[in-house]
Every structure is written in C-alpha cells, then in structure tokens.
Design a protein around this ligand. Structure first.
Ligand SMILES: Nc1nc2c(c(=O)[nH]1)N[C@H]1C(S)=C(S)[C@@H](COP(=O)(O)O)O[C@H]1N2
Ligand SMILES: [Mo]
Length: 199
C-alpha cells in the first residue's frame, strides 16, 4: 500500500490511505494485553483442536515447525483505533489444523494461555484468512506480542487475534469470548466499524 505518495499535486498524504472508518495510522506496534504476559516453554507448548464432542488433536512445537509455513503481509486494525499497514508475519494457515477435524459446528472459540478467549465463525478461519503466527518482522514473535505463537486474523479487529493461543475449540453455539462478553462486537469487522454490540 502506498503510504507516502507525494505525487505532482502533493495532495496525497499519509492521511489519504484507505483505512477503515475511525482508524488512524501508527508506525509503532502497541502492546495491548488484558493481563500479564504468560511465559511459555517451547518444550511444553502445545496447540490443540477440540471438536464440540471433545475429540482432540494436539501439536507440539516441533510438530508446528514441521508444518508448511507462509509469509504473510497484512494490515492490522485495533479497536482502540490504531491501524498498522503491511505487517509481516510467518505462520501456518489455520485450515491446516482444522482439515481433519470431524465437526458440524459453525463457530470456534480461540483459547489462550492465561485464559483469554475470543469467538469466531469457522468460515473466517478458513481459505487463507487466518494463521497460527510465530514470527513477526523476520524474528521469533516476542512474548508481549503473543509469542511463542498467536492467532492472526487480520480482516477482523485485532482483539480477535488471540495472543499465546493454545487451542481452537469448535462450538455448536456462538458463545462470546472475553471482550465479546464485555460489550465488544460479536464479529468485529473494521470496515463496517463493528466495535461494540449494536454497531
Ligand atoms: N491472549 C490475549 N490475546 C489478545 C489480547 C489479550 O489481552 N490477551 N488482546 C487483544 C487485543 S485487544 C489486541 S488489540 C491485540 C494486541 O496485540 P499486540 O499486543 O501484539 O499489539 O491482541 C489481542 N489478543
Ligand atoms: Mo485491541
């Protein structure tokens, strides 16, 4: 995306970038965490997919590293109104973990180490829209930004991108997660400015 394009007229400025409504650009990478940063040992780290009937599949860190990874460049949008353009990540597409799961459910709860949760429609996690990300800017993801691994789902407000992700659990009903229970929008599309329930 063309952040600085002075052009002949000089009319295009950074503020002309196509951002979701109500957002402003930042070059920083703010840290937003509802609680303390959990310290997670890679030897005991585990990521699980759990179906609505409790059937579970686990991946260790070395198993995660063996899965096909992708480089991802995406804009991210926080509900507190900052947006950051062209962020660079490396991770594994979420459908890689879900393809063998036998489930009839349409919703998924993401669970994090530390207890954070966020709910998502299953279809938003498929087709190259979401990743389990473990590198940012070519470096291992730092603990404050969700390392060793976080969910990355950049087409929704960034609270949906659960840091320190440890499980995806299929749900037959769409139960609200941590912020959704506190009044944040159930879906959280930044382009429709779905910040709070009722938006
Ligand atoms: N586990 C967990 N994940 C989380 C949060 C959190 O508090 N705990 N905060 C969310 C919010 S509100 C935002 S904006 C982003 C912030 O990610 P960052 O700290 O890497 O910028 O993480 C999201 N994921
Ligand atoms: Mo946020």
């Amino acid at each position: 995306m063309n952040v600085f394009s002075p052009g002949f007229s000089g009319r295009r400025r950074q503020t002309d970038v196509d951002l979701p409504p109500g957002q402003y650009l930042t070059r920083d990478f703010p840290v937003l965490s509802a609680g303390p940063t959990p310290r997670i040992d890679l030897d005991t780290w585990q990521f699980s997919v759990v179906t609505e009937v409790g059937k579970r599949r686990d991946w260790s860190w070395s198993e995660l590293m063996d899965l096909p990874a992708e480089d991802i460049t995406k804009d991210i949008h926080c509900v507190t109104k900052w947006s950051k353009l062209g962020t660079q990540w490396r991770g594994v597409a979420v459908e890689t973990f879900l393809e063998d799961a036998e489930s009839a459910a349409d919703y998924v709860m993401a669970h994090s180490y530390g207890g954070y949760t966020t709910n998502l429609p299953l279809e938003d996690l498929l087709d190259g829209q979401a990743w389990i990300a473990y590198e940012f800017d070519g470096e291992p993801l730092t603990p404050e930004h969700g390392g060793p691994a976080r969910l990355l789902i950049p087409h929704l407000y960034f609270w949906k991108s659960a840091k320190w992700v440890r499980a995806l659990q299929f749900m037959s009903e769409n139960d609200p997660g941590f912020w959704e229970s506190a009044g944040y929008h159930d879906y959280g599309d930044p382009w429709r400015e779905q910040r709070y329930q009722g938006d």
